[in-house]
Design a protein around this ligand. Structure first.
Ligand code: NAX
Length: 326
């Protein structure tokens, strides 16, 4: 039988954790023949640790054949020990009256510690996916700690934005989701992200001509995708959890499935006009050993202006936490 994959998940007793762990254990992330070991991290405080125990009890009660072991811990070095995948979901939410800069800095400290720990104790083939917000900047901070693991192992999730965009476009065009292709997310996981409809296709044809309403694409579609997270909070009273967990399943599964093309936030290295060193969403194609960036989409002036806007935000976030990168 196959050697189990060790999957570390932080914030495991949180909302996303509750929607995520059962999918991983059922085989949705790594396939129906791949055993997994869950290594679950929560803050070392009684409440969250107790809640984590409860989640683990439910995982046991599912009797998942692929779940061969579980580790529950409040220590990063235990959670990340020999981990093949580190899913960094946990982060500190914005409290009442808290400035965005303070949120960035508080979370930055978490990702310094976790980045260091991953680099020290995770498996040689370890890969990291950051979900905890602000995820693009958190992943940059974690990657800055790495001496052993190369930067391309560190990714952040913009897949929820891609999935939201594909669903909105399919709905507008009145087609099945699979008919919408070549639709990728550029930039920050925030309302500034650019869902590039200019290259998208519907049923193999140029999406803009199928929709036939450029004003809708620019003035309705883009803001609707950008503000979808806020719309979910407004409707549900809680932030996206099941759809975020599902997007993380897609993000990781497609990063281990050669040939898949999908949106991933990676170190930009100046591609598509992003500042070198910021982590920005862009399309990648998964290869046998990692991924290659799709660099061939030519952007028009509108797309360039959108990318410039989300790049400015990423540069601003980096500026806010620059002391943490040293
Ligand atoms: P919750 O507040 O329900 O859960 C977060 C959990 O993380 C809590 O149980 C908390 O105790 C734990 N935690 C905090 N600091 C930790 C640390 N240092 N080590 C380990 N655990 C720690 O939030 P949830 O709804 O699960 O969302 C988690 C994160 O995902 C948030 O930052 C949220 O903003 C972010 N999201 C990111 C999305 C994306 O597309 N990238 C979309 C969904 C979501 O908004």
């Amino acid at each position: 039988s196959r050697k189990p994959i060790r999957v570390a998940v932080t914030g495991a007793a949180g909302n996303i954790g509750y929607a995520l762990l059962f999918r991983i254990a059922s085989g949705a992330m790594f396939g129906p023949d791949q055993p997994v070991i869950l290594q679950l991290l929560e803050i070392p405080v009684e409440g969250p640790q107790k809640a984590l125990k409860g989640v683990a009890m439910e995982l046991e009660d599912c009797a998942f054949p692929l779940l061969t072991d579980m580790v529950l811990t409040g220590e990063a070095d235990v959670a990340f020990k020999d981990a093949n995948w580190c899913l960094l979901v946990g982060s500190k939410p914005r409290g009442p009256g808290m400035e965005r800069a303070d949120l960035l800095k508080d979370n930055g400290k978490i990702f310094i510690a976790q980045g260091k720990s991953i680099d020290a104790v995770a498996a040689d083939d370890a890969r990291v996916a950051v979900v905890g917000n602000p995820c693009n900047t958190n992943v940059m901070i974690a990657a800055a700690q790495a001496r052993r693991l190369p930067a391309d192992r560190f990714t952040a999730m913009v897949r929820l934005d891609e999935n939201r965009a594909r669903a909105q476009l399919a709905q507008k065009a009145g087609v099945a989701i699979d008919e919408v292709t070549d639709l990728y997310i550029y930039g920050n996981h925030s309302p500034t992200m650019f869902a590039d409809f200019t290259h998208a296709k519907v049923g193999g044809k140029d999406a803009a001509s199928v929709i036939g309403d450029e004003a809708w694409l620019k003035n309705d579609f883009l803001p609707a995708v950008g503000k979808r997270g806020a719309a979910i909070i407004e409707a549900r009273g809680l932030s996206s959890a099941a759809s975020a967990a599902n997007a993380l399943v897609d993000h990781v599964r497609d990063l281990v499935t050669p040939g898949k093309v999908h949106s991933v936030a990676i170190s930009s290295e100046g591609r598509y006009g992003f500042a070198p060193g910021v982590w920005a969403g862009m399309p990648v194609r998964t290869t046998a050993t990692g991924y290659e960036v799709i660099e061939t989409y030519a952007m028009d002036d509108f797309a360039k202006s959108k990318i410039a806007l989300t790049n400015d935000e990423l540069v601003g976030e980096r500026e806010t936490i620059k002391d943490l990168l040293a």
